[in-house]
Design a protein around this ligand. Sequence first.
Ligand SMILES: Cc1cc2nc3c(=O)[nH]c(=O)nc-3n(C[C@H](O)[C@H](O)[C@H](O)COP(=O)(O)OP(=O)(O)OC[C@H]3O[C@@H](n4cnc5c(N)ncnc54)[C@H](O)[C@@H]3O)c2cc1C
Length: 277
Amino acid sequence: MLSNESMRKHCSLRAGGMVENLFIPSDFDELSDFLKNNQQPVLMLGLGSNLLVRDSGFAGTAIKLTKFNKLQFQDGIMSAGAGVTLAKLARFCQEKGLKGAEFLSAIPGSVGGALAMNAGAFDAEIWSFVKSVSTINTAGEVFIRDKSAFEIGYRSVKAHTKNEFFIKADLYFANNNAKQNIKDLLKKRNNSQPIGLANCGSVFKNPKGSYAAELIEKSGLKGFCIGGACVSDKHTNFIINQNNASSDDIEKLIKHIQHTVQANFDIELETEVVIIG
Ligand SMILES: Cc1cc2nc3c(=O)[nH]c(=O)nc-3n(C[C@H](O)[C@H](O)[C@H](O)COP(=O)(O)OP(=O)(O)OC[C@H]3O[C@@H](n4cnc5c(N)ncnc54)[C@H](O)[C@@H]3O)c2cc1C
């Protein structure tokens, strides 16, 4: 257990306050024992690629499931621990001759984070491939839940049960002739996104019938900065941490974008990035 851990190290925006504790369980028993005895708030952390922790930090324990990294393919079902990276899952599916998982290679998150966000790209979303998930609740009890236990939407997943975290997914990918190719998808990504700069992907969800990036660009905000946080020149739905931005800089920029787009187009931009604290 680490104390007073800066979330800068754990979030792709390279900003964020401290969490009181960071716990990286070695296995399921350690996780379950911890949860049974824990009274503090819990923040489940994936790869931090969609997360902004406020500068004031998080008074509780962040749990990182990095070691829940088993991948297994049996009887047509791909079982992936919550800590498996999406890139690794996509490559493993490719090795097994399965089609449909290629899009995951373009998303720099973990299976747990992708399940929580219904991550998607190139017209595909992770929950389209889910057969069932294993969850653990704050009392350390484990459940197997099928898809019907969740309301799944665009970058939105609402569980019918409370206080459960994902520890594993059983996924089904077809063995067919679908044509996507990991190399091509990554090339497309590299051409359209500010790769190599600290960011969290799309900051806002696309509103129905329009694109957040287009609304932001038409509002004249391309390259606009507050403190060290700037709207990317390459993709206007991305905020980049250009110069040691604080979480506060980033959140102020988020609010400025929302107000400007609202004033110009009467459209409310909803954040995709999860803000904690
Ligand atoms: C360059 C870049 C490109 C991106 N492109 C895309 C894209 O094309 N499509 C897309 O959908 N996203 C994209 N993202 C955003 C991000 O990668 C995804 O949302 C990803 O699924 C987040 O996974 P993570 O492991 O990093 O989760 P985190 O960022 O660590 O967490 C995200 C949320 O999930 C929760 N969570 C994490 N693990 C668990 C768990 N085990 N159980 C329950 N809750 C959990 C967290 O508490 C938090 O609320 C991009 C990000 C970047 C930086």
